[in-house]
Structure formats: C-alpha cells, structure tokens
Write a protein that binds this ligand. Sequence first.
Ligand SMILES: Cc1cc2nc3c(=O)[nH]c(=O)nc-3n(C[C@H](O)[C@H](O)[C@H](O)COP(=O)(O)OP(=O)(O)OC[C@H]3O[C@@H](n4cnc5c(N)ncnc54)[C@H](O)[C@@H]3O)c2cc1C
Length: 366
Amino acid sequence: MGLWAAVKAERLGVRTLLVDAGRLGQGASGGLLGALMPHMPDKWNGKKQFQFDALLSLEQEVAGIEAATGMPCGYRRCGRLIPLPKPHLRTIALRHSQDAETCWHQQDRRFHWHVVDHTPYEDWPDTSFAEAGLVHDTFAARVSPRGLIAALAAFLRPAKHVRIVEGLGAERIEPERSRVIFAGGESVAFGHCIVAAGHQSFPLLRHISPPLPRPLGQAVKGQAALLKADVDSALPVIFLNGLYVVAHEGGHVAVGSTSEDVFGNAASTDDLLDDLLDRARALVPALKEAPIVERWAGLRPKAIDRDPMVGPHPDHHKVIALTGGFKVSFGLAHKLAEAALRPVNGEEMQLPGSFSLENHLAATAR
Ligand SMILES: Cc1cc2nc3c(=O)[nH]c(=O)nc-3n(C[C@H](O)[C@H](O)[C@H](O)COP(=O)(O)OP(=O)(O)OC[C@H]3O[C@@H](n4cnc5c(N)ncnc54)[C@H](O)[C@@H]3O)c2cc1C
C-alpha cells in the first residue's frame, strides 16, 4: 500500500519521505500468491463496484509501471475455476452467472461467470472435485507479488519527489507537533503522514486516538508455498474452500493460504501448510510430485470492521490511514492509495463509507 502511495505522490509532485522499518516489501506483500479475486457478483453494492473498478484498472496501472521500469510484474487476467462438488452449488452458481452479466462490465469490456460441465483444461483440476461442474470466471487475474513490489521500488528509487529510507521504524506519531518519532529517537516533521505500516498501523493509529475499548485491527497469519511444476502459466487460478492454486510464470505454482487468528511464531511454517499442500496435490495431479521451492508466512492487516481502513483521522486530519487490505490488498492498493492522497490536496476521498478510519474507530465500541 505504501509503495503505491509513494508512486501516486511522485506523479502528483508531492514531496514525500517513504520510511520502512526494514526493507521495502518485507511485509505481507512480499509473499507468493498474488491472486486477484473479484467479490461474488450477487448483491451488488458500492464496495463491489469499487473493487470491480480497481481490479479492472490495475491492468493499466501495472502496464504503466512495467513500461517505466522495464520490469515484468507477472500480471495476467487468467480467470478462475471454482469446482462445484454438490448440485445445490451449481444452482447458486447459475444465479451468480446472471448477476455477472448485469454487473461485470464497463464500456466495451465484459466478464463472465460461466457455469460449465467440465474443466476446459485437462486435469486442471482433477474431475473428481467437480461432480456438479465448475464456475469459469473470466475476470479474476494474478500478479507476481515480488515482481510487482520490485518494479514499484525500481520506479521509486530514482524518483524526483520521493526519498526512501529503509531500516527506520516509526515508534509513534505526535500529531500535535506534526512529527513522527522513530526508534532511536530521531524524528521528522510532516505536512501529512500516511500510515501504511500493514498490521503495525493499528497500534500507531490507536496511540493517537482517544482511549478505545478494543484494538483497531489484528494481524492474521497466512502461510503459502511455491512449487516447481511443468504447467502452462496461462492457466486460471483454481479456488476451492479457501485453497488457491495459482500458476505463475517460469513453471511456478503458488499454493495458499492458511488463515490463523491465533499463532505462536509469525514467520514459521508448519503442518497447517502441509495440509494445504496435500489438498493442492490431490486437486491438481500435475502437483503430485512437484518439488517445493519455498514455504512462506506473513501477517495480513485485518481491520476491526474487516474492510480496508483508509482516510484522515477524525481528530488529526493530517494523519491518514492506509491499511486493512486483509486478503485483497493487491487488487485495491493502487486505488486506495489514490484516495488516501486526495485529502493531501484538500479533496474528498470518494471511497465507500465503511472504509473510513472514522467508521473503524466507531466499530471499536460496537
Ligand atoms: C499467505 C498470504 C497470502 C496472501 N495472498 C493474497 C492474495 O492472493 N491476494 C491479495 O490481494 N492479497 C493477499 N494477501 C494479503 C496481502 O498480502 C496483504 O493484505 C497486503 O500485502 C498488506 O499490504 P500492506 O502494504 O498493508 O502491508 P505490508 O505488506 O505488511 O507492508 C507494511 C510495511 O510497513 C513496514 N512497517 C511496519 N511497521 C513499521 C513502522 N513502525 N515503521 C515503518 N515501517 C513499518 C513493514 O516493514 C512493511 O514493509 C496475502 C497475505 C498472506 C500473508
């Protein structure tokens, strides 16, 4: 989120200091999966429209970053297959198919939620999982998380208006003095301060708020793995009961993700990931013998009201939240960053109301 905010600030000519406690991209964004999954097309509302617009515009945004840096981001609108193990799921899927025809379009672009009897791709997934057919969604996409992050960082390093400082952690924000205090005692003055520190944003923002009955959000651990397999990188994402299988470039397939509210070691991987890998190998025969290239864990920022948390603090308007992307940050970050910068120029954010920091602050008392 912070990298996109810095890119947008650079384009607007806003003088910016981008500070990271470690290396750029070392947080939850530096993972393996990169699935860009639309919400269900039913019960359409402002949030779903925002996500649809963001997922669509990401295509151009990534193309712009790739053109500026010459670095590939591993983006592809590959679509998604959702096996339907039971007949009643097919009935629901057929309804959603109608919904997608109504909602999933913009000008001349149309996307579909087809319900098909068989997978169009041999053994992707194994037919035994699709007794009632499959959904073939043509809107979903994927991106290489590390490819995108490396390209955003490469865009920023020679930037005119953005200076990057790595290895410097913000300890607290003092809004009355318009200063950020860093670990070690150094500080810097700000005109506006965008807080995009992933799950660490929650305590930073709580510290400048009136006493809150509950934290503003939590870290939810996720584990994923990368396999080496001889599969076509154009294949759609497979999604089944929380399990994602994502074909990336270079014969790599990502498998994810666990979702753990309670965990001991944030960085370790364990038998929960082994279980997920077993499920993936059963679902996709091509993965049966595929060697593991990497096992990885990260902490997602889940805001108290679940939605992203973006916008000015109601008591300190110069401090702006940009966090809470939880499981869908990659598809939204460029649009949320754009919105977070609007108040810097005295403009309205134009986001769904439930995304505002004010809404999340109120949710701590509910
Ligand atoms: C296993 C797993 C799979 C996922 N899969 C997907 C997926 O398929 N699609 C998708 O869209 N999303 C996915 N996500 C979620 C997504 O990765 C996260 O929601 C997103 O990366 C969060 O981005 P962020 O910029 O808010 O936080 P982060 O990426 O965590 O970045 C926060 C940055 O702030 C820095 N920082 C922290 N504290 C401080 C401080 N005090 N001072 C200065 N800097 C600080 C950190 O060093 C870090 O670089 C997944 C997450 C996990 C864990």
